[in-house]
Write a protein that binds this ligand. Sequence first.
Ligand code: URA
Length: 428
Amino acid sequence: MTRQPVPVLLNRKRHGEELSEDEIRDLVEGYVAGEVAHEQMAAFCMAVCCLGASESETVALTRAVIESGHRHDLSGLGRPAVDKHSTGGVGDKISLPLVPLVAACGVVVPQTAGRALGHTGGTLDKMESFSGWRAQLTPVEQARILHEVGGVISGQSDDLAPADRLMYALRDITGTVESVPLIVASVLGKKIAEGTQGLVLDVKVGSGAFMKTLDDGRELATALVRTATHFGVATSALLTDMSTPLGRTVGNALEVRESVEVLQGGGPEDVVELTLELAREMLRHAGVDVDPAARLADGSAYDVWRRMVAAQGGDPDQPLPTAPHTECVVADHDGYAVLDAWDVATVGRAAGTGRERKEDPVDPAAGVELLVAPGSWVRTGQAVVRIHSSSTARMEAALVAASALAATAPVPRAPAPVNRVLERIGPA
Ligand code: URA
């Protein structure tokens, strides 16, 4: 069949017709080659956002994203390769302890990570708290580190799912990020192309997450698991609570310190629990029967972490940046501390943790430290959080935003659970 002009395809999609695998592949290929205009791809994304996509359209889109670049093959490493993807949350530093922990259990973890955008933090920004640490690796360097150390956290290379990079930038400025089929193709396009054989998805649910309700989280998790399974990748998803920040810190260097505490056998209970739960899922997909708690306790995960940081140009012993300005926020009434994830993220952003546009720098030392547990009883005047910032102007803005953190609730809200896993989706 001859290829139909793009406006005809778009018109058919707009009228609810299902596009074929070839049509979707041509559209994505044409976009990457510069033959399909940004306006045309934006119209397609908007049509998918408004009308949805069938399962076979979602699979076709995911395949087109994978095939837009190089699909890595990690089978030569002689060990199973398994990765984790989080949909993004507040204080979500889990990749930092998780990657070395799973690598210490004998599994290769080739993690492609992202940067902070919007209210969520970025794993690469956290790792860059180590001066000299490099996110961009050549394929040869990546393969060598995976072989020698077992774990890598790196940025998306130019040849990995380039269609996703282009489409994500377009979606970001056309209000078309929030669409389950587009998210599925974007997330899985990258993860499957990186060569992982197993995948665990941490789908966050709550005020600090992309998906605010359990039903929305379940819909995304189910679509991700079904689509990944279609590509032969052993996949499961954990729906996890993101109504309050994970752990006690939000901010790049602050979260690195907290992650190191976990790797040294301490750290907040919820971070430890979620790290272990995700590690168990990853090891299950890898078919490796090792207790990750033992690898945390015997220091082998911490040893892999140190080697990972050094292999990418960082010094694991270097002092991490600290902010010259710190201010505490106190409770304005007796009551229960709320510390809602979204509110904490807003204060952190004002202090400098994130970026408005993707070119903006982040302040590695900025952040928010929780001084009391969400849900705990506090007295008027008691300090509830400490804000860190490298700029007085930003500190002032953060203090203005912090009134939501000073407010308490007259009745108890459920305290943040130690085990944040709400539900698991995937094969038994
Ligand atoms: N994260 C991604 O990588 N892609 C999306 O579409 C949304 C979140």
